[in-house]
Structures are given as structure tokens and as C-alpha cells.
Design a protein around this ligand. Structure first.
Ligand code: SAH
Ligand code: SF4
Length: 392
């Protein structure tokens, strides 16, 4: 067992010494945010901090938040509101806002929440212990100057907390995105796409295996556009002794190939599961979204995948209420879901994200009531499909 892991388990299982500073962290967002929180915890534990599961006990409370959809942001804001009272009772307790939400709102966070001490963007996260130290002398620290993360600072991997230290380890293989879908803020907040070297990734996987992690998840905004050949990477990870299962997320249809489907079929450790967001079933909307594929091209991919790997499980992301979406466009989305019969679908109501092309050029003209209704119809549909699949 590595020193790091021993330290980490000790921090969680042994009674804490009085002097040990305590951190509470809460993550609002995707697996990438979860991973980033792990990096933060790892960095702090190495510096002698202990992890606690209740903000009341903490010397610093960190919220790591996503900014991709308005709803995700709202959750962070309302939780911060609730934290205000605790901060009044415990004025020495520090509060930090991390992640995309910090990168996006920067010092503006202080206008609404002046009690926040630290605002730290995703590329700055690995320096978090230094920023906390600065808070000994300063009331507030703003750390949002880095656009792209330095992989070296992030190369230690940690088990996912919510898995309870069982077997699941995450490895980031690339970060950022170059696709600039018209509705999406990710390229602005996480920077341009960058891929890590295969050798470095394999080393990290081996380190995880040495620490007892057998289920490896490869993470990135679009793992299949990994520049050093994603299929080759899967083959190499598949060869590593001790790895029992390999998952990966998330994928873009534009970069998805038959070669990947064959690799999923032929590599025994690779999970027979693909998350492949389609966003809309209407070609007109797909074009406005700048997704780079048509409905038919998406369906062709799914057909090919099911031919090569009939037992595959599929999930997707869908946006309803994109600007100008008519009832007819929406019905095409619904039909696509009925045709593919996904195992799971994440359905989002469109929200304009400041700075994106859609926000600048298209009026958010689908009324909230209509978005809610379309959202509910797809949720009900997905529930029905899932129930039918379970019954079978
Ligand atoms: N890279 C991934 C998506 C990351 S964002 C991909 O391209 O598939 C996760 C999901 O959030 C997206 O797939 C999309 O469905 C949703 N999303 C992103 N921006 C949104 C917005 N402005 N409004 C509503 N949903 C959005
Ligand atoms: Fe956003 Fe599109 Fe990049 Fe996904 S592919 S992160 S939706 S810009």
C-alpha cells in the first residue's frame, strides 16, 4: 500500500488529533468535478489535513461546482446561502469556491457572498494548499489565472470517495475541449483540448493497481478524440495485469468510430457500455448547436454499434428547449429516443450560458413551461423504456 493511501485511510479512520486542520468538501457536477475534488483532498491530506463529513466540524468548507448548466450553479448558490449562517456562528471557518463556477464568476462571487475567502478555478486547483496558507495573512484569495491545467500537478490519482475506497480509480487522459458546441461553456472554462502521453497514463493506472484499484475509469471531455489514439490506449490498459474492468466517459459522436466498437467487443476488460450524447433529434437544431453530425449519422453509428456488439448498454444526454426548437423538432428527439431505446438518458432544459455563441446570437425563446413539459415527456418515456427493459 502506498504511503499516500495509508495516510489517507489513517486520516479517515483514526481519531483526529486536536491540532489537525479539517476540510469538508462538497462536489456539484460531473465526474470530472468529482475527480478534481479527489485531487484537492489528496493534496490537503498530504499536507496533514483531515477530511470530515460535516461542515460544522470543518476549518475550511469547499464547494467544487460545475457551471455547465444554470441549474447546477443554482444549487451551489443556494448551498452557499445556507452556509452563511454557519459562517456567522464560526467566523474563523474558511469558505472556498472551486471549479468551473469559480473560473466563470471570479471576483464577482464576492458581490453576492462577501464571506467567501477563496475563489479557485479548475486549472489552479493543484496549488490549493498554498492559497489556503495565504489566507493566514489575507482575508480573500482569487486564483483563476491559469487557463490550462498542468497535468504533472494532477498526475496522482485517488479513489472516488463515493465508492468508499472499494475498487474504482479515475485517470484523466485529456482535458478541455475544442468543439465549441454553440450552447456550451466548457471550452471557455476548461480551456483547449490537451491529451496526456500514453506512457504517463499507463504508469498512473499501474500505480492504482498497486494500490488495489481494479476498475479503471478513463476520464475526459471527449475521450475518443484523445490525440494519441484512444483505441490504442484502451488496448494498452487492457494488457495491464491486475486491471479487471475499464470504463471511459464521455464521448462525442463526431469522434466515435467503428474501430472503437470493435475494441469494445474484443477487449475483455472494457465495459460494454457507451455514453454517447445526441442532444437533439432534429437536424436543424443539431446544426444550430454546431454538433457536427446529423440525426442519420448518429443513428448509423448506433446501428453499427449494435451490429458489432449487440449486448451493448447505451446512455445519452439530451437538451430540450434549445432556441427556436418547435414541437416538430422536439418530436424528432422523442422519436430518436424511442428508436434507440437507451438504457439511461440525462435530459436537460436549455439554459443560456454567458459568452457562448447561442447566448450571444439566439434568443432563449422557448418558454420555461414548454421546456418543463418536454423535459417531463422525455423523462416519462425513458422511465417506460427502462421498465420494459428490466421486465425483459
Ligand atoms: N463533452 C460532453 C458534454 C459535457 S457537458 C459532450 O459533448 O457530450 C454535459 C451535458 O450538459 C451536455 O451533454 C449537454 O447535454 C448539457 N449541457 C451543456 N450545456 C448546456 C446548456 N447550456 N443548457 C442545457 N444543457 C447543457
Ligand atoms: Fe461542450 Fe460540445 Fe465540448 Fe461537449 S463537445 S464539452 S458539449 S463544447
Amino acid at each position: 500500500m502506498s504511503l499516500y493511501l495509508e495516510e489517507r485511510i489513517k486520516c479517515i479512520t483514526e481519531p483526529k488529533q486536536k491540532a489537525q486542520p479539517k476540510v469538508y468538501i462538497r462536489t456539484f457536477g460531473c465526474q470530472m468535478n468529482e475527480y478534481d475534488s479527489e485531487v484537492v483532498i489528496g493534496k490537503l491530506l498530504q499536507k496533514g489535513w483531515a477530511l470530515v463529513h460535516n461542515p460544522e466540524e470543518a476549518d475550511i468548507v469547499l464547494f467544487n461546482g460545475c457551471s455547465v448548466r444554470e441549474h447546477a450553479e443554482q444549487r451551489v448558490w443556494s448551498n452557499l446561502e445556507s452556509l452563511k449562517k454557519l459562517k456567522q456562528r464560526k467566523p474563523k471557518m474558511l469558505v472556498g469556491i472551486l471549479g468551473c463556477i469559480a473560473q466563470k464568476h471570479k471576483e464577482r462571487i464576492w458581490e453576492r457572498f462577501p464571506f467567501v475567502n477563496l475563489v479557485c478555478g479548475p486549472a489552479n486547483l493543484s496549488h490549493l494548499p498554498e492559497y489556503i496558507k495565504e489566507l493566514n495573512e489575507k482575508e480573500q484569495v482569487l486564483a483563476v489565472d491559469k487557463q490550462e491545467r498542468d497535468f504533472k500537478d494532477f498526475c496522482l490519482t485517488f479513489p472516488a470517495q463515493k465508492e468508499g475506497f472499494k475498487s474504482k480509480g479515475y485517470v484523466v487522459i485529456m482535458s478541455g475541449c475544442n468543439n465549441f458546441c454553440s450552447y456550451c461553456v466548457v471550452p471557455y472554462l476548461r480551456g483547449r483540448e490537451r491529451s496526456r502521453e500514453i506512457k504517463e497514463i499507463l504508469e498512473e493506472v499501474k500505480e492504482l493497481v498497486r494500490n488495489g484499484y481494479t476498475h479503471i475509469t478513463l476520464l475526459g471531455q471527449n475521450v475518443n478524440s484523445y490525440k494519441n489514439n484512444f483505441v490504442k490506449l484502451l488496448e494498452e490498459v487492457n494488457k495491464i495485469e491486475g486491471v479487471e474492468k475499464i470504463s471511459f466517459t464521455t464521448n462525442h459522436p463526431k469522434a466515435t468510430s467503428e474501430e472503437l466498437f470493435r475494441a469494445m467487443r474484443d477487449l475483455p476488460k472494457v465495459e460494454k457500455y457507451l455514453h454517447l450524447p445526441f442532444q437533439s433529434g432534429s437536424d436543424r437544431i443539431l446544426k444550430l448547436m454546431r454538433r457536427g453530425y446529423t440525426r442519420q449519422e448518429y443513428l448509423n453509428l448506433i446501428r453499427k454499434l449494435k451490429e458489432i456488439l449487440p449486448e451493448v448498454r447505451l446512455s445519452t444526454d439530451v437538451i430540450v428547449g434549445f432556441p427556436t426548437e418547435t414541437e416538430e423538432d422536439f418530436l424528432k428527439t422523442k422519436q430518436l429516443m424511442e428508436e434507440v431505446r437507451f438504457d439511461n438518458a440525462y435530459i436537460f432544459k436549455y439554459s443560456p450560458r454567458p459568452g457562448t455563441e447561442a447566448e450571444r446570437k439566439l434568443k432563449d425563446d422557448v418558454p420555461l413551461e414548454v421546456k418543463k413539459r418536454r423535459n417531463q415527456i422525455l423523462l416519462d418515456l425513458q422511465k417506460r423504456i427502462w421498465r420494459e427493459k428490466c421486465r425483459r
